[in-house]
Design a protein around this ligand. Structure first.
Ligand SMILES: NC(=O)c1ccc[n+]([C@@H]2O[C@H](COP(=O)([O-])OP(=O)(O)OC[C@H]3O[C@@H](n4cnc5c(N)ncnc54)[C@H](OP(=O)(O)O)[C@@H]3O)[C@@H](O)[C@H]2O)c1
Length: 265
């Protein structure tokens, strides 16, 4: 069984996944752009299962590695250190302002995860855990067998790697369904029907702003079965322009993420 999860990126999504991994009993090695010293507070908060390291050390230590950085920085994934390893790609393409532009992706010649796989040519890349926001990673997580347990799509070119990722997801509270190879992962990218919206709750009418926010943060979406995820993704049309935009997201999500960015200034 996978014992140590390595991370590059401990921001909103990497940080949330690290917390879920610790809760599930894994050892975690985190890394980020600013180096291990900058992660001292995060490590102290999460306790003895977690240590901070350089990106290369986190890759070396990992049985399973999670890439949670802006897509525009994907070349900083240490390919040699990740050779032979399974890499979960949580990265989404937000063109121009955040990630720049990738012409082959804009022209739908490649999916973002195919591009990452080309960089990590000796690794097994699995697109996963990218299509719900970090608040709802916590709100939707449920043990196996729970009636509220939901399903997330995964894509990849290696069946064994997808199986291992599915097993990891199972332990942190999610069922996984394989929607195909990385070439098909456009079906689960930003702007598609399986992206974010199914995993957030509908906010009841009549709530004031404070209560609406609390409702949104505390509740999950309606649970999805594997069959439902397969059906939604099979019926998805390619999203153009390729990549995400705030217009595709729940307005309250955009506000909440904006607040996080503002708090960092
Ligand atoms: N936010 C969400 O709810 C969400 C949901 C699903 C998927 N995603 C995707 O997951 C990825 C991360 O998003 P996020 O919201 O977690 O971002 P974030 O909060 O801004 O965190 C980004 C993390 O990446 C690190 N980083 C940035 N450039 C790096 C580099 N060149 N080398 C090493 N580490 C680097 C940062 O390190 P420092 O802190 O040291 O600068 C930080 O830990 C994005 O691709 C995003 O689209 C996000």
């Amino acid at each position: 069984m996978t014992k140590t999860i390595g991370f590059i990126g401990t921001g909103m999504i990497g940080g949330a996944l690290a917390r879920l991994a610790v809760a599930a009993g894994y050892n975690v090695v985190v890394s980020s752009a600013r180096g291990p010293e900058a992660l001292a507070g995060f490590v102290a908060e999460l306790g003895p299962q977690v240590r901070a390291a350089s990106v290369e050390e986190a890759a070396d230590a990992a049985d399973l590695f999670i890439a949670s950085i802006p897509l525009g920085a994907f070349k900083s994934l240490p390919a040699a250190h990740l050779a032979g390893k399974i890499v979960i790609d949580t990265m989404n393409y937000y063109p121009s302002a955040r990630d720049g532009n990738f012409p082959d992706i804009d022209a739908a010649k490649l999916t973002t995860s195919e591009m990452v796989q080309q960089h990590l040519k000796d690794s097994k890349v699995v697109k996963a855990l990218h299509n719900l926001d970090f608040h709802h990673l916590f709100a939707n997580a449920r043990p196996a067998g729970d009636a509220g347990r939901t399903t997330l799509p995964i894509a990849g070119d290696d069946a064994e790697a997808k199986k291992a990722v599915g097993q990891f997801m199972d332990t942190i509270g999610y069922s996984a369904v394989d929607i195909g190879p990385l070439a098909e992962s456009w079906r689960i990218e930003p702007g598609t029907p399986i992206y974010v919206w199914p995993y957030v709750p509908a906010i009841p009418e009549g709530l004031n702003e404070k209560d609406a926010r609390a409702w949104y943060l505390e509740n999950a979406g309606e649970p999805l079965s594997a069959e439902q995820v397969k059906q939604i993704t099979a019926n998805t049309e390619r999203h153009f322009p390729v990549g995400g935009s705030p217009d595709d997201l729940p307005p309250i999500h955009v506000t909440l993420v904006g607040e996080v960015y503002k708090s960092r200034q």
